[in-house]
Write a protein that binds this ligand. Structure first.
Ligand SMILES: [Zn+2]
Length: 456
């Protein structure tokens, strides 16, 4: 083990350079013009896995290829097998003008590496890859068998991963899946995330006249779709921050007192949090502290709102239509399909008769929960403690990783979420970065993890 740790320490500079090469690929899965970049990125990663000594395969899917890189030729029944999951695709980098340096030209400042995808998720699974390189290149025997599964469609809903898991179920059977795609409160608070929120998306369209109308000639006798949409959306939440869709909270499992106690251990300073977010005041569901509001309570957010004229100057019209994109974050045991249905029914019920309404269902992902007191969770906590040199915390993550529930359903395995993102890493925002300290400690955690997990 000492040899592995020494190898990781001695090769830091090279590892950082390799991560920069990886981040340089604009592997944006949402934008068709980047199809070639995704293929090039997958190919680079596949070759990189081979060069560190893994048996890597580039598996075609109907979408972007999936990389399967294993430590073994044939799985042995006597050794435990674990999966490491990651994604090589990234979110669009727009708006470009808000980046301090180009998103696909990695830049190092202090102990941060800036670039789209540095944190979400290239840097995080790359740390695991480097930890395993440490074993393979020093001839240190791994106490278990490992498969890296790195896909290229995470940011567009893991379109083809479910089918891939199903058709490779036997090969992918494992004790647990390790995923580093969540956050930690600080370098002094490494964390195991034991719950994720789910998600349910809808698109709401309100249509009025058959075309944009002159607001002087017709205004006053025709409903304005933008106004109607605003009024509809405004009714979805009350002044206490409660969602007003009937039945929305029916399946929510309340927190246990143990969980509330664990969450209360997390460092939280309201003023700092406010300043960091740039808001004059926090807002959330009444009766819950902010830490619970953003991880253990369901929400409804407007993600985008479009209607009418947005160019220079003014244009006096009644727009023909107005649209909103909405996502709801769900907690155990809310079901996305049911929540989407409830939202559709409610919006139809309250829509004014002077406009037409269409509510299109979008993607959904179920919430997730794994026992923080299980043996595997405890093993992961020990690895965190050794690598970071301090007592880890338990977290509920506000975000969603829909594939975690698929892993559970298809492979029957729980996920250990050992994220390495700091609160100011800006994943999904301009100026995304990854902490090089997290990278370094993440590699050490990756190295210790297999020792701890295999002992179980
Ligand atoms: Zn993401």
């Amino acid at each position: 083990m000492q040899q592995v740790l020494k190898y990781l320490e001695q090769n830091q500079t090279r590892f950082i350079g390799e991560l920069c090469d990886y981040v340089r690929f604009p592997s944006v899965s949402a934008q068709p013009q980047h199809k070639g970049d995704l293929a090039a990125c997958a190919n680079w990663l596949h070759q990189h896995c081979q060069s560190v000594g893994l048996r890597s395969r580039l598996c075609p899917t109907e979408g972007n290829p999936i990389i399967l890189a294993r430590t073994f030729q044939q799985a042995s029944r006597s050794r435990p097998h674990f999966l490491v999951y990651g994604q090589y695709d990234v979110l669009p980098a727009e708006p470009f003008e808000l980046w301090q340096s180009p998103p696909f030209e990695p830049r190092i400042a202090g102990r941060s590496l800036f670039g789209r995808g540095a944190c979400d998720n290239k840097g995080q699974h790359f740390a695991h890859l480097k930890a395993v390189e440490g074993y393979l290149k020093t001839g240190t025997e791994l106490p278990c068998e490992l498969t890296f599964l790195i896909e290229g469609e995470e940011e567009v809903g893991c379109t083809h991963l479910g089918a891939f898991l199903k058709s490779n179920r036997e090969e992918l059977k494992c004790e647990a899946i390790v995923i580093s795609d969540t956050g930690i409160p600080s370098l002094k608070h490494p964390a195991l995330t034991y719950s994720l929120r789910g998600i349910a998306a809808i698109e709401v369209e309100v249509r009025g006249p058959s075309r944009d109308l002159h607001s002087g000639i017709y205004g006053g006798s025709v409903e304005n779709p933008a106004m109607a949409l605003c009024q509809l959306l405004g009714k979805l939440r009350d002044k206490n921050g409660r969602i007003t869709i009937p039945g929305f909270y029916d399946d929510v499992v309340p927190l246990t007192s143990y969980e509330r106690k664990q969450l209360a251990r997390l460092p939280f300073n309201e003023k700092e949090h406010r300043d960091f977010l740039g808001v004059p005041k926090l807002f959330g569901e009444k009766g819950y502290p902010p830490v619970e509001q953003r991880s253990a309570r369901p929400t409804l957010e407007i993600n985008g709102l479009t209607s009418g004229y947005q160019g220079d100057g003014s244009k006096t019209i009644i727009p023909a239509w107005a649209r909103a994109k909405i996502t709801m974050r769900l907690v155990p045991n809310q079901k996305p399909a049911r929540i989407i249905k409830l939202a559709q029914q409610h919006l139809k019920r309250i829509c004014p008769p002077a406009v037409r309404l269409e509510v299109k269902p979008g993607h959904g992902g179920e919430p997730y929960l794994v026992s923080p007191t299980s043996r595997k969770a405890q093993a992961a906590l020990r690895a965190l403690k050794t690598a970071f040199g301090c007592e880890p915390v338990l977290l509920r993550e506000g975000g969603s990783i829909p594939i975690v529930t698929d892993f559970k359903k298809i492979l029957g395995a729980d996920a250990l979420m050992l994220g390495l993102a700091l609160p100011d890493d800006n994943p999904h925002s301009p100026n995304e970065k990854f902490s090089l300290d997290c990278f370094e400690k993440g590699m050490r955690m990756g190295a210790w993890l297999w020792q701890e997990l295999a002992q179980n």
